[in-house]
Each structure stands twice: as structure tokens, then as C-alpha cells.
Design a protein around this ligand. Structure first.
Ligand code: CP
Length: 324
């Protein structure tokens, strides 16, 4: 067996194969950052650098002198902005790259762009790209830690972690809980990633959607599959609604959005058939009136904005880990 490479970068590319102990270590640290963010604004704390043992504070100088580069080849509101806030709260500088308005428009490749940003001084690269495997390619090409911020249908690991953190905050432990993930499973990196994390932590997961959006192959990943939503409603502890990924949808996959919404949308009628303390989750962006009704999205059982806020805490934990 080859000796571990002491110079290997700490990259986060997927939650598949991440051991339970590592998931819990990230979630514990993110939970500390989330609690610190609730406290009245302390001044920058100047926590000693480089270890995960430092006390979590809302802002700190843990990553002072480091540069976090956001390489976004796909649109984003939550992920990109929360990585930026997370980096700044840790004292890092941030380079924001968007393919639009960059030399990518002149033909520069993803890998040459990543190498260029590393040469400018980026210490960690946060990559979002439409191609599955793009972040892993960057990690192989550039000797810097890489955090996958979403690659095609493949993975979105910090989204998975913020989903798990939100559930842990409510339940303490996700083991034994039953989570339904509803919608465009075939095209969703969020579903695949949440499934991996939830199964590792001992939760039961049912994936729900029409047959054309629910590949049977997900059963081999530990999921139960259902083409019907209504029978599940009284039995689940959380319901995670997914957007129809129009940008990745094959033509004629669903007859119409109206018909789809009739069977799978989270309406108030369906929500009221769930347990009274069910968690209503959505990774965003929501398409109100399609996968979730206005009233259900704004119901007190919906934790969508808590998920967003937890994204900052999770990304602080991951940037600290990647650069430690
Ligand atoms: N959940 C999520 O990835 O949202 P954005 O596309 O806005 O980053």
C-alpha cells in the first residue's frame, strides 16, 4: 500500500464514501459556527490559526492571509454568496470568477483558468460547473484544495452538509429518521448528495417522483423508491422538495408542469397530512406554484432560510478544514 502523501490537498468533492466520523466532525464544527453567528456581534476575535481546535466565533482571523477563489461556471445565489461570506468571516480574501466576462469567453479552459487563479494566489478553489467531474479534474490539475460547489448531476457536498446540519439542529441525531426527497431525482446533485449523507448517518430515505425522473439505479445506493407521494405523507419526518431542473431535463420527460404539480407539488392540503412537526426543506431556488405552493413555502414548518443560513456555517467549517 502506498504511503500517504503528506502534501496531498484536502479536497471535498462528494459525500459518497465519506466516513460517518468525518461527516460528524464537519457538522460539529459547523454547528459551533452557527451558534457563534447567533451571538451579538463580537469584534474580530483573532483566534489562533490553523487548527480545528480554535473556539468558533462569528468572525475571526483564522484564515487571514489566505485567498479563497470562487470559480463559478454556472449561476448561483446561495452557494456563491455564502462561500464569500464564510471566507470573509474567517478573515480570508476572496477572488470571484464568473465565466461570463472572463477569458473563458476567449476560449481559456477550466483547467487553465484554475491554474491561473492559483498563480495569482488562490489557496483554495471553490468550483461550480455544469459537467460532472469538473471539480475532480481541477483537483488533479492544481495543487490546491478544491471544494465542489456543484458539478452537473453528480454532487453538491456543502449543500448535503447544510441539509444534515439543519436536520441535526431539530432532531439532535438523524439516525432512524425518515426523509422523503421529492421531484426531479434523475437530474439532481442535491438528491444524490443528501442520500449519501443521510444513509451514512443512519437515516431512511425515500426518493419520490415520476418514473421518468426516478432511475431505479438509486435503489442500489440505499434509497427506497416511490412513484406516489400521498401514501408517504403521514410517515415522514422531513420532506425535501426539488426543483424541476429545466436546464438538464431531456425533452418530453414529463407531460406538463401542471400535471407534474398535481401529483407531486407540496400543497397545504398535502402538508397538513404530514406529521405536525415535519421539516419542510428545499435547496433553492424554489419555483413557487410548481413543486411547492406559496403557503407551504412560507409555512412555519419550512426551514428553507435556516438551510441557507447554515450554508455559511458549513462553508466556514469546510474552508477551515481544507486550509488547515
Ligand atoms: N442550493 C443551491 O445550490 O443554490 P444556488 O444555485 O443559488 O447556489
Amino acid at each position: 500500500m502506498p504511503a500517504p502523501n503528506p502534501n496531498a490537498c484536502r479536497s471535498l468533492l462528494s459525500l459518497e464514501s465519506v466516513p460517518r466520523e468525518q461527516l460528524n466532525a464537519w457538522l460539529d464544527r459547523a454547528a459551533e459556527f452557527a451558534v457563534a453567528a447567533q451571538k451579538p456581534s463580537p469584534a474580530a476575535a483573532g483566534v489562533s490559526t490553523g487548527t480545528a481546535a480554535g473556539a468558533a466565533t462569528a468572525t475571526s482571523s483564522l484564515l487571514r492571509g489566505h485567498v479563497v477563489a470562487n470559480l463559478f461556471y454556472e449561476d448561483s445565489t446561495r452557494t456563491r454568496n455564502s462561500f464569500e461570506v464564510a471566507a470573509r468571516r474567517l478573515g480570508a480574501d476572496v477572488l470571484n470568477f464568473s465565466a461570463a466576462g472572463s477569458s473563458a469567453k476567449k476560449g481559456e479552459s477550466l483547467l487553465d483558468t484554475a491554474r491561473t487563479l492559483a498563480a495569482i494566489g488562490a489557496d483554495v478553489l471553490v468550483v461550480r460547473h455544469a459537467a460532472a467531474g469538473a471539480a475532480a479534474q481541477v483537483a488533479r490539475a492544481v495543487s490546491r484544495p478544491v471544494v465542489n460547489a456543484g458539478d452537473g448531476r453528480h454532487a453538491h457536498p456543502t449543500q448535503g452538509l447544510l441539509d444534515l446540519l439543519t436536520m441535526r439542529q431539530r432532531w439532535g441525531d438523524v439516525a432512524g429518521r425518515h426523509v422523503a426527497i421529492v421531484g426531479d431525482i434523475a437530474n439532481s446533485r442535491v438528491a444524490r448528495t443528501a442520500l449519501a449523507g443521510l444513509r451514512t448517518l443512519g437515516a431512511r430515505v425515500t426518493l419520490v417522483g415520476p418514473a421518468t425522473l426516478l432511475p431505479r439505479a438509486f435503489a442500489a445506493l440505499g434509497a427506497e423508491l416511490s412513484y406516489e407521494l400521498d401514501p408517504l405523507l403521514p410517515h415522514i419526518d422531513a420532506i425535501m422538495m426539488l426543483r424541476i431542473q429545466q436546464e438538464r431535463l431531456a425533452p418530453a420527460t414529463i407531460p406538463s408542469l401542471r400535471e407534474y404539480a398535481g401529483r407531486y407539488s407540496l400543497t397545504m392540503d398535502r402538508l397538513n397530512r404530514c406529521k405536525p412537526d415535519v421539516l419542510v426543506m428545499h435547496p433553492g431556488p424554489m419555483n413557487r406554484g410548481v413543486e411547492i405552493d406559496e403557503d407551504a413555502a412560507d409555512d412555519p414548518r419550512a426551514v428553507v432560510l435556516q438551510q441557507v443560513a447554515n450554508g455559511v456555517a458549513v462553508r466556514m467549517a469546510i474552508l477551515e478544514w481544507a486550509l488547515s
